[in-house]
Design a protein around this ligand. Structure first.
Ligand SMILES: Cc1cc2nc3c(=O)[nH]c(=O)nc-3n(C[C@H](O)[C@H](O)[C@H](O)COP(=O)(O)OP(=O)(O)OC[C@H]3O[C@@H](n4cnc5c(N)ncnc54)[C@H](O)[C@@H]3O)c2cc1C
Length: 472
């Protein structure tokens, strides 16, 4: 790619090791995770420390060049991909991958933004602690990307979203200056809590370079159950019973529809249903406690006996080992891969209040079948948080691309309208990126976009950071 003169001279000011112009290397960073968009860039910049990020951003600001930050590039809404016109530079945080400090007595860890989430989990584990952020992409996504998307995942019900785990943050601002409030303090009311601005901003306000996060004591007892559930309406009753009975112990409550499980079993012949009989609805329920004294097993066994008796669940199994636990979670976490195997899906990342979840799922299913009978509905997700991934997979024998385009045109708007009318949201955890700008415009809260624009203009007046994302 021929570089405009000002970009070329700007790149020459940076340390040579930071700049990659080789398009063969760059190309693997340019396609979004869902393979829906291919960007272009003249150069990939891979800083090794905060000072290098500052040097890059200062140079870009001087020459008014747009910059796209990238972590693990697992965004589901094309948030980390530069535009196809090649006018923006790509900054990958992958070389900033050190755990800076782990303080076991303070239950905190401070790390570079480019540390892979599973590496950070392992660092906590090695210290006898737990980083309670966990999601299906954890082997690839990076902690800076997790905070920039305010990631959710499977433990939100107990520990909250990524935002709730943040104690401190360091970010390079669009003029190259530094915001640094990295001390891992649990109380700090010294002025506006400005670090929160960068969380969920998808790289539009600053480049996060380091974070301090809360850790918790590692559970000494964990119980993971895979349950066949009577119907969708029972989900909330079961959750309520589980939370009432176990106090704060429920860490995950994940729904898997029979269809989603079947897609996975079709895609991978080595896997099998852990229960004897098929069901239309399953739940993975996980409870954990760091207490060596509480009898969690007794508590969950009593709960399950009660649920059986009342007919809310018809079958169930409890993982007897760490390996069995991993197998159960594998079933939940590999549904997106199974959808890809069947030709991909049209995804809807919906949240409604938990009390209206069953109503949403049932109405949305009816809606799809009234438009396109025979559609495969892969419905699963973090229902304990009111969050359901309501995905539509093309049936066998259809042209996948044509089917998906049709669904996006006729069904998706209806699903979003339904969620909106029920007081829900079109984006529970994946964010806005490039692909949901129109939905934000249509369904964003009153006055929100105007306020977002004012904040963006105040911090990034030349629109240099991740242009074209998040702000319509
Ligand atoms: C199989 C699978 C399962 C998933 N499950 C979940 C889930 O359960 N919950 C959930 O919330 N998400 C989930 N996701 C979506 C995705 O993994 C998350 O959004 C994740 O947090 C993105 O992290 P990343 O490092 O890949 O970020 P990227 O995709 O690289 O970037 C995401 C956004 O953050 C910006 N960004 C990245 N790093 C920085 C930085 N250091 N400073 C400023 N901006 C930055 C990018 O510009 C972009 O806007 C899943 C994705 C996959 C593929």
């Amino acid at each position: 790619m021929v570089l405009p003169l000002h970009v070329d001279s700007m790149l020459l000011k940076l340390p040579a090791e930071v700049v990659t112009r080789d398009q063969d290397i760059i190309s693997s960073y340019l396609t979004d995770f869902r393979r829906q968009y291919v960007g272009a860039t003249a150069a990939l910049l891979r800083p090794r420390n905060t000072a290098e990020v500052q040097a890059i951003i200062r140079a870009c600001a001087e020459h008014k060049i747009g910059v796209v930050p990238q972590g693990g590039n697992t965004s589901y809404c094309t948030a980390a991909t530069p535009s196809a016109d090649g006018q923006e530079l790509l900054v990958s945080l992958e070389r900033m991958n050190k755990v800076r400090e782990l303080d076991p007595k303070n239950l905190s860890v401070t790390a570079d933004a480019g540390v892979i989430l599973s590496d950070l989990q392992q660092a906590a584990d090695a210290a006898g602690l737990l980083l309670p952020l966990a999601l299906g992409s954890q082997q690839s996504c990076r902690i800076g990307g997790n905070l920039s998307t305010n990631a959710g995942g499977i433990n939100v019900i107990r520990y909250g979203m990524a935002r709730d785990l943040v104690l401190g943050l360091e970010a390079v601002l669009p003029d190259g200056s530094l915001f640094r409030e990295l001390n891992p303090l649990r109380k700090n009311n010294s002025g506006y809590d400005v670090k929160q601005l960068f969380i969920g901003a998808e790289g539009t306000l600053g480049i996060i370079t380091s974070v301090s996060l809360k850790l918790v004591r590692k559970p000494r007892q964990t119980i993971t159950a895979f349950l066949a559930v009577r119907d969708i309406a029972s989900l909330v009753t079961i959750l309520d019973a589980a939370q009432t009975q176990s106090g704060e112990a429920i860490t995950s409550f994940e729904y898997i529809s029979g269809t989603s499980l079947q897609l996975l079993l079709n895609a991978d012949g080595r896997l099998r249903n852990p229960l004897e009989h098929e069901s239309a609805h399953y739940v993975i329920l996980e409870a954990a406690t760091a207490s060596p004294i509480l009898n969690l097993e007794e508590c969950i066994s009593a709960l399950l006996a009660e649920l059986f008796e009342s007919g809310l669940i018809s079958d169930g199994t409890i993982a007897a080992s760490e390996l069995q636990r991993a197998v159960l979670w594998h079933l939940r976490e590999n549904i997106p891969e199974a959808e890809i195997y069947h030709g991909g899906s049209v995804k809807h990342d919906i949240a409604v209040r938990t009390s209206r979840l069953a109503e949403f799922i049932e109405s949305a299913c009816q809606l799809v079948h009234s438009y396109r009978r025979g559609s495969i509905l892969s419905v699963y997700g973090h229902v304990g948080d009111g969050n359901v991934h309501f995905n539509i997979v093309p049936p066998e024998g259809t042209d996948k691309a044509i089917f998906k385009r049709g669904v996006e045109e006729d069904i998706s708007p209806e699903i979003y309208r339904l969620a909106f009318e029920m007081g829900g949201t079109f984006s529970a955890e994946y964010g806005i990126g490039r692909t949901k700008l129109n939905l934000l415009q249509r369904y964003g809260a009153d006055g929100k976009i105007a306020l977002m624009k004012r904040i963006k203009t105040a911090i990034d007046p030349h629109n240099l950071l991740n242009p074209g994302k998040v702000i319509p």
